[in-house]
Design a protein around this ligand. Sequence first.
Ligand code: HEM
Length: 300
Amino acid sequence: MLDPEEAVERIRAAFRPPEGHRTLHAKGAFYAGTFTATPEATALSRAGHLSGETIPVTVRWSNAGGNPRVPDPKPDIRGMAVSWKLPDGTATDLLGQTSPRFPTKDPEEFVALTEASVNPLRLPLFLLRHPHLVGPVLSGLTGGALASPVSFAEATFYPIHAYGWVDAAGTTTWVRYSFVPVATRADRLDETFTGPDRLREEMAARLARVPVEHDVRVQVAGPGHDPHDPTAVWKGARELLAGRITVTEAVPDPETEGAVVVFDPTRVVDGLELSDDPILRYRPAAYSESVSRRMQPRDR
Ligand code: HEM
């Protein structure tokens, strides 16, 4: 297994980011809002944030690459990281991105694909050598996962991994999330935003008028749906609405004041269970390594 320190070193070597920024998803901004679960979610999990009470959330929308100064119009996957602050003081996180499918179960292959994607000339050769990745990579390209959205408010984000929902009786149901925008083209602002930071500018203008909402939908695993494989497609899975995230305002990046905020997909609370998905299990060590690199003085 690739050492997480080496994984972060290799990704940083590919992007050559300035010190003090995230290794991936380096450009992003923080927002505050709330989440309210539906009774269907409450019935399937006893987790505190799924109780139906309105719970505060922190959201970070980002561009996936390692360059904190990348112009927003450049094609890239986008991220939506969400942290729920539960009434008992605990927290749980989900990290979504715009590609519905994750290409591999092997962390090293993900790192190699990331390295190859930075150089468009290397990518075709890499895919020739890894033909099983052609399908997932092409579905990302053709499905619009890399297109620069008009607004983060219009993008759908997929947290990829399955999580177990444990109900009051101790029964586990495996689910996979998506964050589906409530806003449509009809809700677009009259102004157009075209500059390098246009996604943040558009969001500021939109939030000055209305909150930005994403429905949290889940697919519920049925027979034959593997919760431990991040590349699995759950054909025919039942779907339900689990709740709604409502973002109301931009908030300052806590890291400019010396705090460190890490969204961790394995941060769960009672009522949630982690799968044995090898990508999910690998991520915390890579994120910790990225955080220690990020603690270096920030080079703007
Ligand atoms: C082996 C697989 C993966 C590796 C090595 C990896 C690596 C990283 C690293 C190093 C960071 C920066 C962490 C920090 O400094 O706080 C990051 C951030 C992020 N990753 Fe991953 N990642 C992987 C898989 C995924 C998957 C499957 C998703 C989506 C479902 C994802 C979504 C994100 C998001 C949204 C962020 C930004 C979090 C924020 O806004 O702070 N990553 N990733």
